[in-house]
Design a protein around this ligand. Structure first.
Ligand code: G6P
Length: 613
């Protein structure tokens, strides 16, 4: 994810901003820039590549002023060029904007602004914000109001920071949705704003976190907070501990909780640099496979363990449906010993968060021995799986500390969705219009994830009520069956409650014998072709005195009438709906484990990276 740092005070802003950006470099970036307002007016410096390049540029061409904002970009829209690097400016060069997130409707906004006479310089979604702010400033609004009006037009989840020459003492920072944080750091006569705490903590431990649809107007005298509708807001100042572990957890009690909430961001990071939204194409650069080889593929064998195996099961639906290519999914530990039938035109896809899971690695070696090319979807950069594979798609989810995998899982789904579209476009199974539709849905996903995670919904209450149960059953059909498996795994690994995931159609062949009021049944109901079947399964559970917790579209009255509880999730495209459906299951497991006093981040007997057979 990109990093944002802003400063206003009495010192020179540029070194403080660059230093803060360096502290956020761990999040990954491909270019960096800053804007400073000083006596010379507005100065902008941007450069592609490492932050050293920006520092060198500043040495040879310094900027002076005590108010500035900077950004490390990791491309979502538009290639890695200096012109696409943030900050972005308006036509007159008087407004500068940096943004984290995705402006989902930027194409429409851009067209309208161009028609009104605005000239765009970059290919980014962010630049529309600079022109919108310019438009409202020209219309007579003050900076905070202009930003509010501009943000009212955006669809998506965004963190936005703005400077304008007409307001040389103000930084306006705002947050829309849940894709990226905005944290204000309070000092004495100086103030910081950043996307992440590490950029601020060396200066101050007194911070304010902006929530969805809140903004801050920062000046040397302090900060004023308001809602995006313009009403003033009193914000609580929080003091962050210096302990590095506590600092890394930020405002969360556990790493797992933090990682659940990071998902809108980690999903954006998974698609960075890989989608050309204007051409509606997926670009998986660096893969060593020739298009002819991909066109000639006979089959994909996915190998993985644990949560990654569930991700592989979901990827099968995506790849088979979009690229019309058969996919077999195996546990690494089974594949390696079953003498699998692999043809020379097959591809072995290994999925692993750590890239160190011994059974997955052994399965990759088995594939090698049999002459099949390998592709790895991996989170840990430079891990063994990444080194062993012919090609790698990194998740870019950042470190996952909680043993129970959450953000890596959903990133694995996005990575496979991209792979499926990439294969589909190469193999000619997906036309332009279809790709445009699929990629637009992907662009909307992080914001929807943020909406589901806006609060914990009924999960804490459900956890309170059912924490003492000894067993849970999770049911799903079709693409939601692996979601049921993952929900059961999450609960059992961190709360030590026995839980099983089952394809709902198989319930009558065994698990139905277990149903009683003491075993909650979690049913995942999509708005898809198997919805009716899931409704009948819910009825079968109810007819036997069972308790049903349905994860379903909150508007679905039939589900609400049949189930005991509904955990609402927005209705979405069937292939991406699992990303939304798994979120309440992660939260439910988390809240149950907390109530049972379990060690959420380090559950007993489990390891984050399993390097033994
Ligand atoms: C362990 C972890 C799981 C993980 C599995 C596979 O069991 O506890 O969370 O899903 O290993 O790990 P990998 O790093 O290969 O994804």
């Amino acid at each position: 994810m990109c990093g944002i740092v802003g400063y206003v005070g009495s010192r020179q802003a540029a070194p403080i901003v660059v230093n803060g950006l360096n502290r956020l470099a761990y999040r990954g970036y491909d270019s960096a820039g800053l804007a400073v307002i000083g006596e010379q007016g507005l100065a902008l410096r941007r450069s592609v590549g490492k932050l050293e390049n920006l520092s060198r540029l500043l040495e040879s061409n310094p900027v002076f002023g005590s108010i500035g904002i900077g950004h490390t970009r990791w491309a979502t829209h538009g290639s890695v060029t200096e012109t696409n690097t943030h900050p972005h400016i308006d036509c007159a060069g008087q407004v500068v904007v940096i943004q984290n997130g995705i402006v989902e409707n930027y194409l429409e906004l851009k067209q309208a602004l161009v028609a009104e006479g605005h000239t765009f310089r970059s290919q980014t979604d962010t630049e529309v914000i600079a022109h919108l702010v310019e438009k409202y400033l020209c219309g007579g609004a003050d900076l905070a109001t202009a930003v509010r009006h501009a943000l009212a037009l955006l669809r998506g989840a965004n963190a936005v920071v703005v400077l304008a020459t007409r307001y040389p003492d103000q930084i306006v920072a705002a947050r829309l949705g849940n894709a990226g944080g905005v944290t204000v750091g309070l000092g004495d006569g100086e103030i910081w704003v950043a996307s992440d705490l590490p950029a601020i903590l060396e200066h101050t431990q007194r911070v304010v976190f902006l929530e969805d649809r809140e903004m801050a107007v920062l000046s040397r005298d302090g900060a004023q907070y308001l809602r995006l509708d313009g009403t003033p807001l009193a914000k609580k100042i929080e003091t962050i501990a210096w302990d590095p572990v506590a600092a890394a957890r930020g405002r969360y009690k556990h790493f797992m909780q933090k990682e659940i909430y990071e998902q809108p961001r980690s999903l954006i990071d998974a698609l960075r640099g890989r989608v050309d939204f204007e051409a509606a194409e997926v670009r998986l650069e660096g893969l060593p496979f020739h298009p002819d080889q991909l066109r000639g593929l006979g089959r994909i064998h996915t190998v993985a363990c644990g949560t990654a195996w569930h991700a592989g099961l979901l990827g099968k639906y995506m790849i088979e449906s979009l690229a019309r290519l058969p996919v077999e999914v195996d546990y690494g530990s089974e594949f390696r010993y079953r003498d699998p039938l692999i043809q020379a035109n097959d591809l072995v896809l290994a999925i692993s968060q750590s890239g160190e899971t011994v059974d997955t690695l052994a399965a990759m070696e088995e594939a090698r021995r049999k002459g099949a090319p390998t592709l790895a979807i991996v989170n840990a950069v430079g891990s063994q799986a990444a080194r062993l594979a012919d090609g790698v798609i990194y998740l870019h989810a950042g470190p996952e500390i909680g043993v129970a995998s959450t953000k890596a899982f959903t990133s694995m789904l996005v990575a496979q969705y991209l792979l499926a579209i990439y294969l589909g476009q190469t193999r000619g199974t997906l036309g332009l219009a279809e790709r445009r539709r699929l990629l637009q849905q992907l662009a909307e996903l992080p914001n929807l994830v943020g909406q589901v995670l806006a609060d914990d919904g009924p999960c804490p209450e459900l956890a309170e009520r059912y924490q003492h149960c000894r067993d849970f059953l999770f049911l799903g059909r079709g693409i939601n069956y692996p979601v049921a498996l993952e929900g059961a795994l999450k609960l059992k690994e961190i709360s030590y409650i026995h839980a099983e995931g089952y394809p709902a159609g198989e319930m009558k062949h065994g698990p139905i014998a277990l149903i009683d009021a003491q075993m909650p049944v979690v049913a995942i109901v999509g708005r898809d072709h198997v919805r009716e079947k899931m409704l009948s399964n819910i009825e079968q559970v109810k007819a036997r005195g069972g308790v049903v917790i349905a994860v379903a579209d909150g508007e679905d009255a039939e589900v609400a009438a049949k189930a005991d509880h509904v955990v609402p999730v927005p209705q979405f495209s069937p292939l991406l709906a699992p990303v939304l459906n798994v979120l309440p299951l992660q939260l439910l497991a988390y809240h149950v484990a907390v109530r049972r006093g379990c060690d959420v981040d380090q559950p007993r007997n489990l390891a984050k990276s399993v390097t033994v057979e």
